[in-house]
Design a protein. Structure first.
Length: 201
């Protein structure tokens, strides 16, 4: 339990530094194996067309190859949902008992929350994409750095978009249960987003 708390604390500190425009050093993961630590995690990635591919992946080998592959796949499914808006990917990734521990005001709790957020944001930015820039898997937790991009051609907060480009970062921590994600914590660079949309935050 203490290890999980330390991992989450480190992830939150890295998130704050990244969103503030700073940098955070990452310690290498020692896997104890003889084959390349860089090659091993890439073998866990599902290359199915349509699934988002992580740009960078770090995995703690102590959790075992089967669990590691499961968590990588869950991350790919979840962020394919954010990349496409297709609910089938969300349903495959999160538990019906899913809980958002950093729930924004006005968003429903549980699995309905991501659906609500995706639909509302896609009404403003219909071509929204989600890049899975960095993934760190340690124990039962998935930490991801995301880059969202698109063009503001819809309406948000009563403001009509003029086609301006949108690009902002987010950091997620997903906690995995037996077979799916059961809870999460997340932080988005809303200051940058609202400035790009021209909406008072």
């Amino acid at each position: 339990m203490r290890s999980r708390t330390l991992i989450r604390t480190a992830a939150v500190l890295a998130a704050v530094a990244a969103l503030a425009g700073g940098t955070a050093a990452a310690a290498p993961v020692h896997d104890g194996g003889h084959d390349s630590a860089r090659d091993w995690p890439q073998r866990l990635v599902d290359r199915t067309p349509g699934l988002v591919q992580p740009k960078a992946l770090t995995v703690d080998r102590s959790i075992g190859a089967r669990r590691a592959a499961q968590e990588v796949h869950l991350a790919q499914q979840l962020y394919t949902f954010w990349n496409t808006g297709q609910q089938r990917y969300l349903d495959a990734a999160i538990s019906p008992r899913f809980r958002d521990n950093t729930l924004p005001a006005g968003r429903p709790q549980g699995p309905a929350g991501p659906v609500f957020a995706s639909r509302n944001f896609r009404a403003a930015v219909p071509d929204l994409t989600c890049e899975l820039s960095d993934v760190l898997i340690a124990g039962d937790d998935i930490t991801a750095r995301l880059v969202f991009r698109g063009h503001f051609t819809g309406t948000f907060g009563g403001v009509r978009g003029q086609g301006q480009r949108v690009e902002f970062n987010a950091i997620d921590i997903q906690h995995v249960g037996t077979d799916r994600i059961v809870e999460d914590w997340h932080i988005e660079d809303n200051a940058t987003l609202m400035a790009q949309l021209g909406v008072n935050g």
